[in-house]
Design a protein around this ligand. Sequence first.
Ligand code: G4P
Length: 545
Amino acid sequence: MADIPYPPELMRDVAKRRTFGIISHPDAGKTTLTEKLLLFGGAIQLAGTVKARKSARHATSDWMEVEKQRGISVTSSVMQFEYQGHTINLLDTPGHQDFSEDTYRVLTAVDAAVMVIDAAKGVEAQTIKLLEVCRLRNTPIITFVNKMDREVRETFDLLQEIEEVLKIDCAPITWPIGMGKTFRGVYHLLEDRVLRFTAGEEKRSEGELIKGIVNAQLDELFPLEVGKLRDDVDLIQGASTPFSLGDFLAGKQTPVFFGSGINNFGVQEILQALIDWAPPPQPRVAGVNSAGVSDSDTRLVQPAEAPFSGFVFKIQANMDPKHRDRIAFFRICSGRYTSGMKVKHVRAGRDMKLANALTFMANERVLMEDGVAGDIIGIHNHGQLHIGDTLTEGESLGFKGIPYFSPELFSAARLRDPLKSKQLQKGLQELGEEGAIQVFEQEGGNMLLGAVGQLQFEVVAQRLKDEYKVDAIFESADIHTARWLTFPDDVTRRNFEREQAMRIGKDVDGNPVYLASSRYNLEVTMEKWPKVGFHATREHGQVLA
Ligand code: G4P
């Protein structure tokens, strides 16, 4: 491929793309920031659009209502908008009760992430988990410390916590002046200017600029805060690591911005950082053997290569029982999508026609006319496409880095009608293969379901009912976590299987999995079997040795 020049138009269009997701703990301000980014990007005219959807989803725990909302969550799954000559794709990372394995997988389809931290709360549990997922691909992270208009934690403490807990260097780009009632604004460390904070919800302009930290205007305006600001800045310039684009792109350092999403403050800087610093679509590693799943035989697929390729990272089932159609969310990795194009479904070894793919503008689904690497298209299908599947213009590729994640919730399926056990097995096998949930078979044929979020169980129960006519109840199982197993040799495998028979299951592809009853149980077993590999993720299509 290397000696064929890339089409210049494709190179130009790819360079304009920025594809990112937001990682945060619930209530840190992800929805607010999303909305403000769309507002600043001109994609929505009025604040409240995204929030209204969120509260509609929140307001109900009734399943039928949740079901209706699925339509909405399809449209808010990807939000594309133009900003300063760039095409921005913001991929939603479902949180709250929508938190699921999809949330993790969305992060396998982005080139950068914005991490929102609540300045009063610091680093919280879900942020830690999501950052671990970003780390699998060293995704560059931009940090937005939100809610500075509240009484919050000391800035140096917060940065130290981010560095220690998340193991990533912080390079402050802006620095807050005061907080809560006395939040005055931020000082931009690279541009030597103060951006003045004024509270206000609906305006787009971002307040007044004051040039230079020694400017006497600052002493007049903020006599009580300016001394501390100058001391802080001296300290940062002496002690903290300066921003390095290379370290940011390698996922080792995060530029940090302070602001208040609800007050539109600091949002413009985040958009600017995405345009200036976040990477355009990156090359992706793909296996190149006939099934496209090889570990050893791989190549880098360049985003501006002319042949089209990409992978499915999320499946949204249409909950209408009369139609078994679903939408596969597909990240383009190279080439150009054109409606009606013929592509190869690598896993199935068949050709298929891609027509009427959807794209997702901020508010609505529209038919996709043209898409390049970094863009997400929605492909209607009837179950042919699974998570992790690759489509190409002929080459047998299999993209890496779209793993199954170790489940955090487990339940056992029990049938109301025992005569339906065949259907249950079939349903779970198919839903497991599609990626809606993880299914493990234990000794004696017990089917165990594993998920990352509670919603996955609800979706599966409903789909079993609608699509397979099976009424199943899920009972929570006493399992803490699962780890995929690899063995150095057959003797170790046999010995391990003999000793741990009760704790071993098989996943949908027949791979052995250790089902730990507690964190302690996992640690003890790992210590006892140092040569056995315990893996928290597994690639789709991968068969473990
Ligand atoms: P999430 O998507 O991460 O869950 O968070 P979301 O944006 O919904 O924000 C959670 C709460 O924090 C909301 O308040 C929101 O208004 C508030 N918030 C977001 N950004 C800021 C900020 O910069 N400053 C302050 N003070 N609050 C902020 P809520 O009471 O749950 O909802 P609402 O009634 O305000 O809509």
